[in-house]
Design a protein around this ligand. Structure first.
Ligand code: IMP
Length: 214
């Protein structure tokens, strides 16, 4: 028999320990979520991201008012972006996902590999590729080469973040959420070794987290 739980005991059990992470005051855009202790600074808060996506979604929807876009999102970093972007686009659309992998740690391996193919054919469709970030451009070049062989009616690219300073190939997105300088960013889908994707903001990782103490 459990009886009625003592509310003071319950409260203690569920209240996290205070630590210095909770006392840092940068605006993450989420009142309930303090800045993660591995983060140097917030680059774009959750509110700033939503505001930009609302504008971007309306712009793309306007451009595709006469032709139904077939969105192809690149796993895994674009998941939060596509979820928000598609809800900001008030047009009939279809969706598919493509899995590619090219990164190890903070460096592009240069070798892109397909980890999950599309479910549907794209011949004759107006494809809109959704990327999380374009750095060297190698991943996007590979994806575009692959998709164009399947004879779509058109292909355009939307990227949440653009890092033009890293570019090794002549390639540009048609729509860009935010342009950023160099440096490695995480959050809002972007990872470092598969971590930090769940942060609702984009932040710059502390150097010692990935470079070690020296
Ligand atoms: P690219 O092939 O160098 O253009 O890199 C594209 C992919 O690398 C993206 O889809 C990301 O998965 C990853 N990437 C590039 N820069 C960053 C970064 O700053 N943070 C996290 N992932 C990144």
């Amino acid at each position: 028999m459990g009886g009625i739980p003592d509310p003071t005991v319950e409260q203690k059990r569920h209240s996290p320990k205070r630590n210095d992470t909770q006392e840092r005051t940068q605006n993450t855009g989420m009142a309930t979520q303090p800045l993660h202790e591995d983060m140097e600074q917030v680059l774009f808060s959750a509110d700033q991201i939503q505001e930009r996506i609302t504008t971007l979604g309306a712009e793309i929807a306007r451009d595709y008012a006469e032709k139904e876009p077939h969105l192809i999102t690149i796993l895994k970093g674009s998941i939060p972006f596509i979820a928000d972007l598609m809800r900001a686009m008030d047009v009939p659309m279809t969706l598919d996902v493509l899995g590619v992998s090219s990164y190890a740690g903070t460096q592009s391996s240069g070798e892109v590999r397909l980890t999950k193919d599309l479910d549907d054919a794209i011949e004759g469709r107006h494809v809109v590729v959704i990327e999380d970030i374009i750095d060297t451009g190698l991943t996007l070049s590979y994806v575009l080469r692959n998709l164009r062989q399947r004879m779509p009616a058109s292909v355009k690219v939307v990227t949440f973040l653009d890092k033009p300073s890293g570019r090794g190939t002549q390639i540009e997105a048609d729509y860009v959420g935010f342009t950023i300088p160099g440096g490695f960013v995480v959050g809002y889908g972007l990872d470092w070794n598969q971590r930090y994707r769940n942060l609702p903001y984009v932040g710059i990782l502390k150097r010692e987290v990935y470079a070690g103490p020296f």
